[in-house]
Design a binder for this molecule. Sequence first.
Ligand code: AP5
Ligand code: MG
Length: 216
Amino acid sequence: MKIILLGPPGAGKGTQAKSISRKYSIPHISTGDIFRQNISLSTELGKEAKKYIDKGQLVPDELTISIVKDRLLKDDCKKGFLLDGYPRTVKQAEALDGFLAEHGSRLNLALLIAVPREFILERMTGRRVCPSCGASYHIKFNPPQQEGICDVCGSTIIQREDDTPETVSNRLDIYDKQTQPLIDYYKDKNLLSVVDGTYSINNVFKQISERLDLIK
Ligand code: AP5
Ligand code: MG
């Protein structure tokens, strides 16, 4: 199973990816998570990525493509993978196709979680994440059992630095300009499947499972 998850910021890619990864036993690869881990460790990659992420801009293609290629070469990706937040430009999509073809492989599905813009701001401003283990919550739609505390590891949960209304607005504009064209890119290849991301987290996962069970 080689799948990519498409959708605007706040669509629920990370939330659904965790459940998909568990159910279908494939690694969840989020470029956003890789960049954030590097930022928290103050690596050179983290310092470079932070310049763009803080403004809601995309990290340059060359850097992002090489990170994903390195990750896909790891053993755990042999049986499949789930990419969350990659590709985000046509150049990244072409690089992924080329890389998979070189390895005698190809994508099975591009899953778009469709959520209109008017839903996004409430999701982003209510999101809380755990800085220690990466678990993600929403103060209204998916609260932790104890307010402000991560269910998984007990750390204090925080807001992501790029979840301010101004940065979210930039990220949405960039999604419209640079990432939306991928919808047609994958439609033309007959790989696109769209789920309605405006329903509850459980309902969206049910829609996704129905699609994935067909290619299992
Ligand atoms: P990234 O971390 O990928 O951010 P994003 O794409 O903007 O998406 P988010 O993580 O914000 O949203 P999500 O869809 O995962 O939603 P979530 O499940 O958390 O990227 C961050 C930055 O890194 C980019 O801006 C860019 O700078 C850089 N970057 C990353 N990849 C790159 C690439 N390929 N190329 C270049 N640069 C790159 O859900 C959001 C909230 O809603 C949560 O609180 C959740 O609990 C809640 N929620 C989820 N589903 C539902 C539901 N069905 N109903 C109600 N609430 C819900
Ligand atoms: Mg995410």
